[in-house]
Ligand binder design. Structure first.
Ligand SMILES: Cc1cc2nc3c(=O)[nH]c(=O)nc-3n(C[C@H](O)[C@H](O)[C@H](O)COP(=O)(O)O)c2cc1C
Length: 236
């Protein structure tokens, strides 16, 4: 058992604090067990799909909160954890987000995206209608914290914010999938309206809206083929 799991304190900023090492002794898993776990995980992750047609059935809220807690274990530049997850259950607020997103998406699909981008989207069958925002029982809106403000009002830069939040969102999607829930990472562009609708502070910039729920009974997904391992792996 690792001693690092025994560090109990509530998080506070560590900016400028001295290096304080603690022992880390995770249990080593035997190679055959490791291989079996990796194969099971690979198969389970292979079944993840982006869902755009949701049932309105409620989801166990604790599953979503545990998935957000998993995402919040992600590595981050200088351990600055530059993320906020807003869990939106209120149907009225989901309606406001849908309305604002569809407004932006209509402008995008009517020409703002340009032919090159529209051609990239065509195989996905997406359009400006975003029913998933009100059909799915929950939305997780992820914000990046571009900087943080110290107690004396000083602004401090966050490092590698895009990378850190991207990794956290990947972990969130994995956790939701492995817990039996479906999700969509939706990135309406531009998405400034999210900070206003959700009343988030100046230092936060919306990263994605993630509807979470169960697929609708008649759910369909685009027939996509993933690159094979030998198309993505270079061994040297
Ligand atoms: C950064 C990012 C942004 C995305 N934005 C959207 C989006 O705005 N709308 C949408 O329908 N899908 C969006 N997707 C989902 C992708 O289209 C989807 O992951 C891809 O087509 C592969 O399908 P799969 O997730 O089922 O494997 C996004 C995915 C990523 C990683």
């Amino acid at each position: 058992m690792s001693d690092t799991t025994a560090v109990p304190q509530q998080w506070t900023p560590i900016h400028g604090a001295p290096y304080q090492p603690v022992p880390h002794r995770p249990e080593r898993i035997a190679a055959d067990e490791s291989i079996a776990r990796a194969a099971r995980l690979r198969e389970a992750m292979g079944g993840r799909r982006t869902v755009r047609q949701f049932s309105s059935d409620p989801v166990p809220e604790q599953v979503v909160k545990d998935a957000i807690a998993c995402a919040a274990t992600a590595p981050s530049g200088a351990h600055q954890q530059p993320w906020t997850f807003v869990l939106v259950k209120d149907p009225q607020v989901r309606g406001l987000i849908r309305e604002a997103a569809e407004h932006e998406e209509r402008i995008s699909y009517d020409g703002r995206l340009g032919e090159e981008w529209l051609a990239a989207l065509r195989p996905l069958g997406t359009d400006a209608v975003k029913a998933h925002m009100t059909d799915a029982p929950a939305l997780v809106v992820v914000f990046q914290q571009r900087y943080w403000v110290g107690e004396d009002g000083t602004r401090h830069k966050h490092y590698y914010v895009d990378e850190s939040v991207g990794i956290a969102v990947g972990m969130l999607l994995s956790a939701l999938h492995l817990s039996g829930l479906a999700a969509l990472i939706h990135t309406p562009s531009p998405m400034r309206f999210l900070r206003e609708v959700l009343d988030r502070p100046e230092n936060e910039k919306a990263f994605a809206v993630i509807p979470v729920g169960y697929p609708a009974d008649d759910c369909q997904v685009p027939g996509l083929v993933r690159k094979s391992l030998d198309q993505v792996l270079v061994e040297i």
